[in-house]
Design a protein around this ligand. Structure first.
Ligand code: 0L1
Ligand code: MG
Length: 263
């Protein structure tokens, strides 16, 4: 690690304050260009610890940058992961206030809930499918705490991979007989299709992304526990939203997820 513990804590405070005040900041590598990957996850861990100390419950985990196109664009070979919070969960069909967000964007994803622990490294897609209790459609609302969504990878890992809100659909189903790679989704914004994609956009299969999460955690000695809610990564591009927007993500096989953005 290149950063001292007190700097890690100060950066977590900076990011938490930016989120809670919906006030964007400059990317943190501007001040600490020497930051390494351990520092980036250490800041994310410190951010998580701050929130838990303030009474926040962790509602799940997420994978980010899971499309090969986006990884290439960002110059990385591995996706990144972050955590979801209880206050980030919005009910299906619910409203969320844009006043508490900076520049939200929505992404259509597939979520997993496990029935068995997965302990990496060495977890394969087949292991994930065998360990999955059910999958469900879900929309992630990302909201970088950095001005103009401008960041580098270490800054975005520290910023909990832009995680902000998420909406899970109400229909769950087992993975048996379901070809996750072939699931299609359309994002409909105010009645107009604005993005579409197929499940294979996520590392070929969203279950591969969950395997990668188990392996990334495994390297750090952390098991991926049964019961964990996991957002596996964006099938579609991220679509910017504003007050008044209604969003529906329509999936083949998995149903739909809807939400409205208010002032
Ligand atoms: O969930 C995601 O794929 C987002 C990862 C962070 C990068 C971004 O904010 O676009
Ligand atoms: Mg996402």
């Amino acid at each position: 690690m290149a950063l001292e513990n007190d700097i890690v804590d100060e950066l977590a405070l900076r990011l938490d304050t930016a989120e809670l005040n919906a006030a964007p900041i400059a990317k943190i590598t501007d001040d600490y260009p020497e930051m390494d990957w351990h520092d980036a996850y250490a800041v994310q861990d410190a951010l998580r610890a701050r929130k838990e100390a303030a009474g926040v419950t962790i509602a799940g985990l997420k994978m980010g940058l899971t499309s090969y196109a986006k990884m290439k664009q960002m110059g990385v070979e591995d996706p990144v992961y972050g955590f979801l919070t209880d206050y980030g969960r919005v009910q299906e069909g619910g409203d969320m206030s844009c006043a508490r967000l900076i520049h939200p964007k929505v992404e259509a994803e597939i979520a997993f809930v496990l029935k068995q622990d997965l302990i990496g490294p060495g977890v394969r897609m087949e292991d994930v499918l065998a360990a999955t209790d059910h999958v469900l459609p879900a929309v992630e609302i990302i909201d970088s705490r950095y001005e103009n969504f401008r960041f580098d990878l270490k800054s975005v890992v520290a910023d909990n991979t832009s995680a902000a809100r998420f909406v899970a659909g109400t229909t769950t189903r087992p993975v048996e007989g379901l070809d996750l790679a072939a699931v299609t989704v359309e994002i409909v914004k105010n009645g107009e299709v604005v993005a579409s994609g197929t499940g294979d956009a996520v590392l070929g299969n969203s279950a591969e992304s969950v395997a990668m999460l188990a392996n990334l955690l495994g390297v750090r000695g952390i098991p991926l526990k049964a019961g964990t809610f996991i957002l596996a990564g964006a099938i579609t591009e991220a679509i910017a939203v504003a007050p008044g927007d209604h969003i529906e993500a329509r999936y083949s096989e998995l149903g739909a997820v809807t939400m409205r953005f208010t002032d």
